[in-house]
Design a protein around this ligand. Structure first.
Ligand SMILES: Cc1cc2nc3c(=O)[nH]c(=O)nc-3n(C[C@H](O)[C@H](O)[C@H](O)COP(=O)(O)OP(=O)(O)OC[C@H]3O[C@@H](n4cnc5c(N)ncnc54)[C@H](O)[C@@H]3O)c2cc1C
Ligand code: FES
Length: 346
């Protein structure tokens, strides 16, 4: 299969639309590999076609896929011309649209200094780093520790400092059978040395005047709190609605923090928790993504609306489909799927 894909292909050129960047794709390389060799901060994480971070829009040209894009991208995304750069081998010269991630990631040693229970299965985790970490609100870090089977990705949960910061935090959900999270929830890891590599990802608030719909599930609230607190600090004046999906009342958290964001938000702001397995007075029940049409109506319609989604892959897929069905353009939808080792094996 790989021989058929890479074979004796001529070198192909890739132009990144709307930028001055152009690079050649080597004979045995994917679009992502060549972009990284050219020194571009092309968004990526897993590099094996499961996380969706390298999602890009093919504007012109033809690519072949090492693994079918449809394992990770929705039908609407495929129809909209989206590809996964880490799995794409050019069949012709290409024009691609992608938001480059900004400065390249750097590494620092860091010590885990505190944890706080947010719910029965989510903790806030704080690291003290040797060197300042720079990121945009919404981005994530890769974390490793001595003997780690591989890096784990965690989205920053606080608004960044312009000068970088040596104290970083995230929200981490316990994954049953997970190598790192079982340890985190079973032992006191305070003082343990880690290595943090950041920034990663292309998830941040885009410029615009239209309304913002944010959808989180579980620990997916982490980057959305970062995005919202950063927007408050920068004085962003747009209407925003935050949908949060949990199973039951005990899954809701950061309510005081969201209240404070709501108080300081300059446009209209609404927060709608949705419980899928429990009925509680004054709470919406059902799947969080079923609330998308009502949320868009409250925001004044889908024109110029941007969608930001974070959390489990199933919720993202349903959320993207609901946004598209309500008329939101795929180019206005941004997400980070919290994939883990179990997603990678499917
Ligand atoms: C861009 C991005 C951002 C993320 N941000 C966050 C965040 O902010 N907060 C958060 O909580 N999580 C986040 N995640 C998920 C996080 O990176 C980890 O995947 C998660 O914490 C699980 O790590 P773990 O070591 O506990 O589990 P792992 O050891 O990776 O295992 C995960 C699950 O897979 C199973 N498993 C392990 N190996 C296999 C195998 N070979 N085949 C099948 N199943 C297997 C395990 O039993 C377990 O159920 C993010 C992921 C991505 C991609
Ligand atoms: S980097 Fe391409 S899908 Fe994860």
């Amino acid at each position: 299969m790989l021989k058929k894909l890479f074979g004796k292909k001529p070198l192909r050129k890739v132009r990144l639309v709307g930028t001055e960047h152009e690079f050649e794709v080597g004979r045995n390389e994917t679009v992502l590999e060549s972009a990284l060799k050219a020194g571009l901060a092309y968004p990526h994480d897993c590099t094996v076609g499961t996380c969706g971070t390298c999602r890009s829009r093919l504007v012109a040209g033809k690519v072949d896929a090492i693994t079918p894009f449809g394992y990770t991208l929705s039908r609407a995304e495929l129809e909209g011309g989206y590809i996964l750069a880490c799995q794409a081998v050019p069949e012709s010269d290409l024009e691609i649209e992608v938001d480059l991630a900004g400065p390249a990631a750097t590494k620092t040693a860091a010590r885990l200094v505190a944890t706080e229970d947010l719910t029965h299965d989510i903790k806030r985790v704080i690291w003290q780093c040797d060197a300042p970490v720079h990121y945009r609100a919404g981005q994530y870090m890769n974390v490793t520790w001595p003997g780690a089977p591989g890096p784990r990705s965690y989205s920053f949960s606080a608004a960044p400092d312009e000068v970088g910061q040596t104290r970083v935090s995230t929200f981490i959900r316990k994954v049953p059978g997970g190598a790192f999270t079982e340890r985190l929830f079973g032992e006191d890891l305070t003082g343990l040395e880690f290595e943090i590599e950041a920034p990663h990802g292309g998830f941040w608030l885009r410029d615009g005047d239209g309304p913002i719909l944010l959808i989180a599930g579980g620990s997916g609230l982490s980057p959305l709190i970062s995005v919202l607190e950063d927007a408050v600090a920068r004085g962003v004046r747009r209407d925003a609605l935050l949908l949060f999906g949990g199973r039951a009342e005990r899954d809701l958290y950061c309510l005081d923090q969201i209240d404070e964001i709501s108080r300081r938000w300059l446009g209209r702001f609404d927060f709608r928790p949705v419980l899928s397995e429990e009925r509680a007075e004054g709470r919406r029940s059902g799947m969080v993504t079923d609330e998308v049409p009502a949320a868009i109506e409250w925001l004044g319609g889908s024109a110029q609306l941007q969608g930001y989604l974070c959390g489990p892959p199933g919720m993202i897929d349903a959320g993207v489909a609901a946004l598209v069905a309500t008329g939101v353009g795929l180019g206005e939808i941004h997400y980070d799927k919290f994939t883990d080792a179990s997603s990678r094996s499917t």
